[in-house]
Design a protein around this ligand. Structure first.
Ligand code: SF4
Length: 379
């Protein structure tokens, strides 16, 4: 058997294997990572702050969104809602409008509700006890660890996507991370520097974001190269292992821009629960097999809003990808023919002018419909 094979047998890990790095190696890993962070860590706006509210906002925005996208949203947010009280007393529509374009809108709704809890139950002070933080809407274990370590320097581990990837490689994990979550938490906790958890966690995130990247990890400049098992096994490009994914579903949707005789457009507010909850949209729904776009729009509008419409010209076709599916929106101008719009499958309906549309929070795909309307109808 080759030397490499022996190394694999001894050094790779499955989900049920325990952390076996010697404490001397752990100390070296901590020191080298913190030293690297001192020289190469990113300068980010929320790192200038020790305020739990600012750090909390950044942590929620950074869930599933990249740093460069988050920065302008973060800065605008703190101008619009400078304190937890300001956020707690804002309307949901105002909050969703500030979040518009950032995606995963449950984050904004939960942040808003959590701000109200902080004001009502914690006198406006963000709690510094793990259990109380975990009880807030929208905060799981890694977000709680991120906030409490950054704001209060508490020794709590984190396990976001970047950290999972780094640890899967350092430990040469031989199963997809999803199948080894407990082991990954265990490793994140064991490596965490109890003397300096704030910088250690930030450094670990930076390592994943800038060096141990998804593609082409920069191992030659990595502070952990000496002890990284994936690097020694030349497996850094193969790890972490991925789950076998089924093809992404594709939904065809018919959408109506419904006009009344006064030149107003009908919009509806989505139910609070579920995808894009609380946002406004142009009504429509899924095209059934064998159904035309026009027939779909007519049927959906009758079922969801109880009104008769006449479907006219196509306005625009939009392809949009969400995390677990893709949609194609087939958007048509429509004319209101009869019946009073009723929110049968939504929370609210409103007739608005084209100019008023900009006041409402819409999902990203719908903002393209608004842009098309402005373009087509401008003199
Ligand atoms: S040596 Fe390479 S694979 Fe290992 S942690 Fe560093 S960048 Fe990632």
């Amino acid at each position: 058997m080759s030397g490499k094979r022996n190394f694999v047998d001894k050094a790779t890990h499955s989900a049920d294997q325990l952390f076996d790095l010697p404490s001397s190696t752990i100390l070296v890993l901590r020191r080298s990572l913190l030293q690297w962070y001192g020289n190469s860590g990113r300068v980010l706006p929320w790192r200038q702050s020790r305020k739990p509210y600012s750090i909390w906002v950044s942590e929620i925005m950074l869930q599933q969104t990249q740093v460069k996208t988050v920065i302008p949203y973060y800065e605008r947010w703190l101008t619009q809602f400078p304190t937890v009280e300001a956020l707690a007393t804002a309307s949901q529509q105002h909050v969703l409008k500030a979040w518009e374009g950032l995606g995963y809108y449950a984050r904004a709704r939960n942040l808003h509700r959590a701000a109200q809890v902080v004001v009502q139950q914690h006198a406006g002070q963000f709690p510094n006890q793990l259990e109380a933080v975990l009880a807030l809407p929208g905060i799981g274990r890694t977000t709680a660890g991120g906030i409490l370590s950054a704001a209060f320097n508490q020794p709590l581990p984190i396990l976001d996507g970047n950290v999972k990837r780094v640890l899967s490689r350092v430990m040469a994990l031989q199963v997809p991370p999803k199948q080894a979550i407990e082991a990954l938490w265990h490793w994140s906790e064991a490596l965490l520097d109890p003397q300096n958890p704030r910088d250690f966690n930030q450094a670990l995130m930076d390592l994943g974001a800038t060096v141990c990247t998804v593609k082409n990890p920069a191992c030659l400049v990595c502070p952990w190269r000496t002890d990284c098992r994936a690097y020694h096994l030349t497996m850094q490009d193969e790890l972490p292992l991925t789950e076998n994914r089924s093809p992404v579903p594709h939904k065809m949707i018919g959408v109506g821009v419904i006009w009344n005789d006064r030149g107003q457009i009908l919009i509806d507010r989505r139910r609070q629960s579920g995808l894009l909850g609380g946002l406004w949209e142009f009504p429509g729904g899924k095209i059934e097999p064998g159904e035309t776009v026009e027939a779909c729009i007519q049927r959906e509008i009758l079922e969801e809003l109880g009104i008769e419409i006449e479907v006219g010209d196509r306005l625009i076709t939009i392809d949009h990808a969400y995390s677990h599916f893709r949609v194609t929106l087939n958007v048509h101008h429509c004319r209101h023919v009869g019946g009073e719009p009723t929110p049968i499958e939504c929370d609210e309906v409103r007739w608005v002018t084209l100019a008023e549309l900009d006041q409402y929070p819409f999902p990203k795909a719908n903002t393209q419909i608004i842009a098309a309307l402005h373009q087509h109808l401008s003199p």
